[in-house]
Ligand binder design. Structure first.
Ligand code: GDP
Length: 445
């Protein structure tokens, strides 16, 4: 899985991580190579382009972290972006099969590996999750397919619904539902008929079965070797039938992996499993983190950068603490505070945690301020010069206007920020003297 892509990328990053300093051009060249590698792996054009843009943007906004090289940082950014492309906004979690008997509908083209996957999944659910599983083939056009499922069932020790000649798929689905309920099964898997191409009849049949079975999961099986075609098939099936997840088969082959990388971004549907061979155990749950790690093959660097980033945050907090104790609290500190607040779930909760800030928290609530305010305040501070941040008293009316305009905001908001800063600085000073500051900061970092 992903061998050639992985080889290509490790070549690019080996060169990059060996360099001590990186120019913007070095990064650009490396990313151009990454883009080519993605396209050669048959990743869709738009996904590859968005990927590179996202990495580029993050790499240019990245401040230098000590103890790792810029190249290592780029590897981490690429890794995180790979995870993002592979899983979208989050891990889909386990299959939804809690309410027995839970129906799972398997759909896909003929030859995609649907029947094999049905049996692999049944075996997995039986052995790993201790579920009692029933399988039923609805492929009335191909008696051989029905027999194939029966043979696989016997092989793995999973029951199959007895074959009754002359029944249509909807009838079989209903019979499976009854048999599953009567027989105390946890899950029943319906293996629908496949065709070589998506046609109206195939879709109509799958939709009719879906309507009677009301599946908890509808898994689309697609052949990973078919690259972008797999993604197109998924889009079409999802439009017409609605799928909850994808199983990519034949990922054991020397396929280029593009289907896996484009699937989530193009269809919005998660890959739930990958098929890795013909044997009944050759199925794996799909984990974006693990796959990204496999593609990049640079797990050491990724964890190194993660650690360095944590250390740097702790260092920053320590330094800020020292400054605050000395009664210094400038706009840079304030920005750090605001960033931290964003990370810790917003303003109100944050303020409420700090002694002496309860009143401020109340004021915030009353004034209807929310986290968008935090973002605007950060934008305002970003528009100030270094000197102004160190010493906000320097701000004259004309500069205030420019800063506000520069961040698309009103001077009024800037004045509010300055006032808030002054109040906080006063308070920090008082708290610093009383030793309360240390106490308060403990809860924050
Ligand atoms: P269906 O027509 O979609 O039901 O496809 P089948 O389940 O009959 O599979 C077609 C062929 O693909 C069979 O020879 C399977 O053994 C093979 N196959 C299925 N999944 C995989 C896989 O993940 N890797 C490999 N190498 N072969 C697979």
């Amino acid at each position: 899985m992903f061998e050639s892509l992985s080889d290509r990328l490790s070549g690019v990053f080996d060169r990059l991580t060996k360099q001590g300093a990186l120019s913007a051009d070095d990064v650009k060249t490396a990313l151009r190579e990454v883009r080519i590698a993605l396209l050669e792996a048959d990743v869709s054009l738009s996904v590859a382009r968005d990927f590179i843009n996202a990495v580029q943007e993050k790499a240019s906004g990245q401040s230098v972290t000590k103890s790792v090289t810029p190249g290592q940082q780029v590897v981490k950014i690429v890794h995180d972006e790979l995870v993002h492309v592979l899983q979208g906004d989050g891990d889909p979690g386990a299959l939804k099969i809690d309410n027995p008997p839970a129906p799972i509908l398997m759909v896909g083209l003929q030859g995609s590996g649907k029947t094999t996957t049905t049996a692999k999944l049944a075996k997995r659910l039986k052995e790993r999750d201790g579920k009692k599983v029933l399988m039923a083939s609805l492929d009335v056009n191909r008696p051989a397919a029905m027999e194939q499922l029966q043979i696989l069932g016997a092989q793995i020790g999973v029951d199959t619904l007895p074959i009754v000649k002359g029944e249509d798929p909807v009838k079989i689905a209903k019979r499976a539902k009854t048999a599953a309920a009567m027989g105390g099964y946890d899950v029943y898997i319906l293996d629908t008929a496949g065709r070589l191409h998506i046609d109206a009849e195939l879709i109509a049949q799958a939709a009719a079965v879906r309507d009677v079975a009301q599946p908890r999961e509808t898994l689309l099986v697609v052949d990973g070797l078919t690259g972008q075609d797999a993604v197109n098939v998924a889009t079409e099936f999802d439009d017409k039938i609605g799928v909850t997840g994808v199983v990519l088969t034949r990922m054991d082959g020397d396929g280029r992996g593009g289907a896996a990388l484009s699937m989530r971004a193009v269809t919005g549907k998660p890959i739930r499993f990958v098929g890795l061979g013909e044997k009944m155990d050759a199925i794996e749950e799909f984990h974006a983190e693990r796959v990204a790690g496999r593609i990049l093959g640079m797990g050491d660097i990724v964890s190194l950068v993660e650690k360095a980033q944590q250390t740097i945050e702790a260092d920053q907090a320590e330094r800020m603490m020292k400054r605050l104790q000395k009664g210094r609290f400038n706009m840079n500190d304030m920005r750090m505070q605001l960033d931290q607040m964003m990370k810790m779930g917003g303003m109100e909760g944050m303020m409420g945690m700090m002694p002496g800030m309860k009143k401020a928290a109340k004021q915030i609530e009353d004034s209807g301020m929310d986290d968008s305010v935090l973002k605007r305040q950060i934008a305002l501070i970003n528009s100030m010069t270094k000197k102004e941040r160190a010493n906000p008293q320097l701000l004259q009316a004309s500069r205030k206007k420019r800063i506000a305009a520069g961040s698309g905001l009103e001077v009024r908001e800037l004045n509010q920020l300055i006032k808030m800063h002054r109040q906080m600085a006063d308070m920090m000073k008082k708290m610093g003297k009383g030793g309360m500051l240390k106490q308060a900061m403990k809860g924050m970092f």
